[in-house]
Design a protein around this ligand. Structure first.
Ligand SMILES: Nc1ncnc2c1ncn2[C@@H]1O[C@H](COP(=O)(O)OP(=O)(O)OP(=O)(O)O)[C@@H](O)[C@H]1O
Length: 272
């Protein structure tokens, strides 16, 4: 069976600077993949490739066996660390707007029965993210956690198959982060999503993901630091009670036992 999302010998280069090299990944549908690694390793660059915001310099990316177009589409939704909501629109209008743009590409507005259907869908989604009582608030009237719930609703309203999260909870207080972890875990299951999440928080990576990828450089040239890029140095499938193991591509260090891999991963993060 071919992988849902597949990256083959993918490289990202800016001029003579190699950011990512030799990325080979097969991601199963329904996986929750956490991506960790030192600052500047190229985690967001990897996410941008899957989003279609950037194209690889070399290599290929396929979704369901079909080459991924280097443009954003409704297969992929994204939530960034900074709130990406429109300040002049209410919670409900922020969410309906995504559907209007998708369903009425030229004027960006829906009318009559189509608009009523879009509003009903948005209300259901806002209920699902815990904003059912806040439909008429503006973003400035909401906490950071509420704004991030809204950003998640905006991403999910278009029913993406892949949800991309770039440090989505990095700006939130620990208590709120906990609530958001529960929310995203529930949505992952309820909406049968495939999730890729970049995080600096190793605890979050292991708590939420059923597969954890570490990006880092294998090789360094002290005289030309730009010469080598980062790649997947560890690829750890995780199992949880009641959850199936993630379906992973062969890890570069399959022979290393899981505990050793884990402690090395933690060292990489600690050293940066
Ligand atoms: N448009 C660009 N032009 C040149 N270099 C770029 C560009 N975009 C990213 N880079 C470089 O690519 C490298 C990887 O950046 P990226 O943001 O993907 O890393 P990251 O692992 O997500 O970092 P952080 O954890 O700090 O957010 C960085 O050195 C960055 O300066």
């Amino acid at each position: 069976m071919s992988a849902f999302l597949s990256l083959r010998d993918v490289w990202v280069e800016y001029g003579d600077k190699v950011v990512l090299e030799r990325i080979n990944l097969d991601i199963a549908e329904g996986a929750f993949v956490s991506v960790i690694g030192p600052s500047g390793a190229g985690k967001s660059s990897l996410l941008r490739l899957v989003l279609g915001q950037d194209a690889p310099t070399r290599g290929s990316i396929t979704l369901d066996g079909v080459p991924l177009k280097p443009e954003c589409d409704s297969n992929r939704g994204v939530v960034f660390q900074r709130y990406s909501v429109f300040p002049h629109l209410t919670v409900l209008d922020n969410t309906v707007f995504g559907l209007e743009c998708e369903r009425s590409r030229f004027i960006g507005r829906l009318f009559g029965a189509s608009r009523r259907a879009a509003i009903a869908e948005a209300e259901e989604m806002l209920q699902a993210v815990g904003l059912g009582d806040s439909l008429h608030l503006y973003p400035a009237q909401m906490s950071g956690g509420m704004q991030q719930r809204l950003a998640i609703a905006q991403a999910l309203i278009k029913r993406p198959r892949i949800l991309l999260l770039d440090e989505p909870f990095g700006a939130l207080d620990p208590g709120i982060r906990n609530d958001m972890h529960k929310l995203i875990t529930r949505l992952w299951s309820d909406y049968s999503l495939t999730v890729m999440m970049v995080t600096h928080d190793i605890g979050e990576a292991f708590a939420l993901g059923n597969r954890v990828l570490t990006l880092d450089k294998w090789r360094h040239d002290p005289h030309a630091p730009q010469r080598y890029g980062a790649t997947v140095v560890y690829d750890l499938p995780l199992t949880r009670k009641g959850a199936p193991a993630a379906d992973t591509a062969p890890a570069p260090h399959e022979e290393a036992d899981r505990e050793e891999s884990l402690s090395i991963t933690i060292d990489i993060i600690d050293n940066n």
